[in-house]
Ligand binder design. Structure first.
Ligand SMILES: Cc1cc2nc3c(=O)[nH]c(=O)nc-3n(C[C@H](O)[C@H](O)[C@H](O)COP(=O)(O)OP(=O)(O)OC[C@H]3O[C@@H](n4cnc5c(N)ncnc54)[C@H](O)[C@@H]3O)c2cc1C
Length: 287
């Protein structure tokens, strides 16, 4: 087997975040390298040809999971596997542990990072959907300073985020959530990207009436996105099977689905309807 040949490029391994930000700001054709699990294949097939790779592997304080009041704080270079295996994540964010287990295979989970997946912004990836469902905040830093991006403002199109080219994702803050959640995915084989992903996060009053809902769809409709019409159909109603079925129908009616060799738009619409219904029933049972 012949070795993969990368396009000619410079490689730098900064020892501080400030240095990494300076390098990124100084060259608009430079790119940050995290786990390399999306970027290296793109380089190999020449879909990306940066002048310089700025490797974050030696930048301190970018790995780890901590409890921070009502949030779980995950640093950007924490690998998928470290996130999934974290006892803090398992206790306070079962959604994250379940969704992360669907990412690719063990080899990819052991190198790919949370920050890399968010920055890449693939609408079929599990972490963008997770961040959006759980209303997380993403912190970024660049030479112009540090800022926090709300999940609702983060994913603006397929592979497009509101993270500026000179900004580096450093931290993710996810509100603790142990009740009223569900993650659903249908893929052709275990480890494949899903044909449809659905996330649900709900709050309910003592009588079972839903007081707030976030319903998200990934893979099936291009960009990862919330489904406001389906959320509106749930809030104010008891989270039972009837409500769940209506929301599933509403989700199908209100989105435009993609077609490709793996499935037609009609099939993806059917999957989303089924998964939204299933997710709401499961979230209702977990309240
Ligand atoms: C065969 C295969 C199957 C896969 N299947 C799945 C799957 O089922 N589900 C899934 O979710 N993913 C899947 N992936 C992708 C994988 O999860 C990647 O790890 C992830 O998308 C990117 O993370 P990374 O750390 O490897 O980022 P990299 O590949 O290093 O970088 C990706 C992009 O993000 C930018 N970037 C990286 N880190 C930062 C940062 N901190 N700040 C700003 N920009 C940054 C880079 O410049 C680059 O543009 C698969 C990958 C492969 C090779």
């Amino acid at each position: 087997m012949s070795a993969v040949k990368l396009p000619p490029l410079q490689y730098v391994a900064p020892r501080s975040l400030a240095q990494a930000c300076d390098l990124l700001a100084a060259d608009e054709d430079a790119k940050v390298l995290a786990g390399g699990q999306s970027l290296m294949p793109l380089l190999a097939i020449r879909l990306s040809s940066p002048s310089t790779l700025i490797d974050l592997a030696h930048v301190p304080d970018l790995v780890g999971v901590d409890e921070a009041g009502s949030y779980v704080h995950i640093r950007a270079m924490t690998t998928h596997q470290q996130v999934i295996a974290s006892p803090i994540v398992r206790e306070y964010l079962p959604f994250v542990a379940e969704a992360g287990a669907h990412i690719a295979h063990a080899q990819i989970r052991s190198r790919g990072t949370l920050g890399g997946s968010i920055a890449h912004g693939d609408g079929a990836a599990e972490w963008p959907l997770t961040v959006l469902t759980l209303d997380a905040m993403v912190e970024v830093e660049g030479v112009r300073g540090r800022r926090t991006i709300e999940s609702d403002d983060l994913f603006v199109g397929p592979y497009m985020t509101s993270i500026a080219p000179d900004e580096i994702v450093t931290d993710v803050w996810i509100p603790k959530k142990t009740e009223g959640w569900s993650f659903q995915e249908i893929a052709r084989r275990a480890g494949d990207y899903g044909l449809a992903l659905v996330g649900v996060s709900t709050e309910t009053g003592p009588d079972g009436t839903c007081t707030s809902a976030r319903i998200t769809v990934g893979a099936a409709a291009g960009t990862v996105q919330r489904v406001p019409a389906a959320e509106d159909s749930v809030v104010g109603n008891v989270l039972d099977e009837r409500t769940a079925r209506r929301a599933g129908e509403t989700a199908r009616e209100s989105l435009s689905f993609i077609s490709d060799i793996h499935g037609s738009n009609n099939y993806r619409g059917h999957l989303v309807q089924t998964l939204v219904t299933r997710a709401l029933i499961e979230a209702g049972a977990r309240r």
